[in-house]
Design a protein around this ligand. Sequence first.
Ligand code: NAP
Length: 485
Amino acid sequence: MSQVFQNYIDGQWVESKCKQTFPNVNPADTRETVGLFQASGPEDIQSACEAAAKAQPAWAAKPAPLRGEFLFKAAELLESRLQQLGEEMTREEGKTLPEAKGEVKRAINIFRYFGGEGARAFSYQIPSERENVFCYTLRKPLGVVALITPWNFPSAIPAWKIAPALVAGNTVVIKPASLAPLSAYRLIEALHHAGLPAGVLNYVTGSGGTVGNALVEHAAVRAISFTGSCAVGNQLYQKVAARKIRIQMEMGGKNPTIVLKDADLDYAADILVNGAFFSTGQKCTACSRAIIEKAIYESLVEKLLEKTRKLKVGNGLESGVQMGPAVDANQLETDLKYIEIAKKEGAKLLCGGKRLTGGTYEHGYFVEPTIFDEVTPQMRIAQEEVFGPVLALMRAENFDEAMKLANGIPFGLSASIVSRDLTRVHQFVQGIEAGLITVNLPTAGVEYQLPFGGTKESSFGMREQGPLALDFYTETRTVYLKYTQ
Ligand code: NAP
């Protein structure tokens, strides 16, 4: 019998009103149901939003450093269960155990970082041009905020939204992704055990179309923080525009790594393998285009293929496995569909390209790490997000052409360059159209204490994480105070 996980509303663990559940299935072995989660409906969202609205004034009145204390306590509790939470994440999402534990650790760091923000939450004190007038700004919470999160970072993304929202004095209703709701559940559980007052944080599972929709349309919601696909993000934006509530959206990418002719080729090949295939390419910051200067093209591709062919694909719980499965049947189908499209459009398959079956692969959604050569800028494989382990190789005559190729897409999430040429590196940093820029590092692998977000079609709204995160979750008030009459 699979364990049944409940919603968390007004400080209570409760069934959905319709009493229906849906299964959370292990993508490495679909015979395993990780748990059953509530298939909630609009009436559950109604209860959660009411509870959040009721709890908000008292929560906002609590001194911010005391609000931070709950995050510190929850971080302790999560840390004491790191191994268990890592294993659960691998079972529900498929990423390898070291990746999963690293992500839980990141969620813990995020809780600690924002716990500390309770005692900082800096504002401005600005001199007045008038005598005896003291001017400063205040941060005020927005009220009830709605958080909608994807499956690919099922702990870190909920954590990097919940923690700043709470410490700023907002109350929260979160709807996690249906494919991986357990990791977010564990965060909520830790905050519950840390003694968070009833109603401050509410967790409701269920389908995006039903629960997500009801949440963003609820009148009590004053801001929405969404991470997921462009298709859904753009719909949400249309919905909230009329109500003029705040929204931030972090969405897809088609992230390039440029390799220049002066690069150490072994080092560059490692960076490409890491960026393209770790987490099965299911990171919004994964590298899906390698743009290589022609002078080193053949020799780098040779090294890249050698390293890619050695990657061990399998169940992420097994030691030594470097790449897990696609998250579900739909994502696997998308990966295979794009592989066929690339072939039809004339790209040359260099390695991979097939679903893995038989033996330990038989009951999972495994696909080979795949590399395409001779990819041209207009091909769909060069323009559209696959969200799988599929890397497109593009040849550039020189640096200028590499930059043109890198920027010639609608997205702008992350981008990297491998080079020791200081001038080129600075030109790349200044000219690349991406929110996250790395040099001699993979496109993925960002840290919790720095701002995160993209540009162009990848993102809209204010930055998440780091010192800028509180800007989204607070509204500034400006005070002019004359201390004489
Ligand atoms: P998704 O299908 O857009 O789903 C994201 C969340 O939105 C899920 O909780 C989903 O619920 C919910 N949702 C779906 N339809 C909705 C609706 N009509 N109204 C309200 N909510 C709705 O994305 P995904 O497949 O989970 O995640 C993959 C995508 O996320 C990729 O495009 C990736 O690039 C992007 N991503 C971006 C970042 C970033 O920071 N830029 C980070 C990670 C991932 P259900 O799960 O129930 O469908």
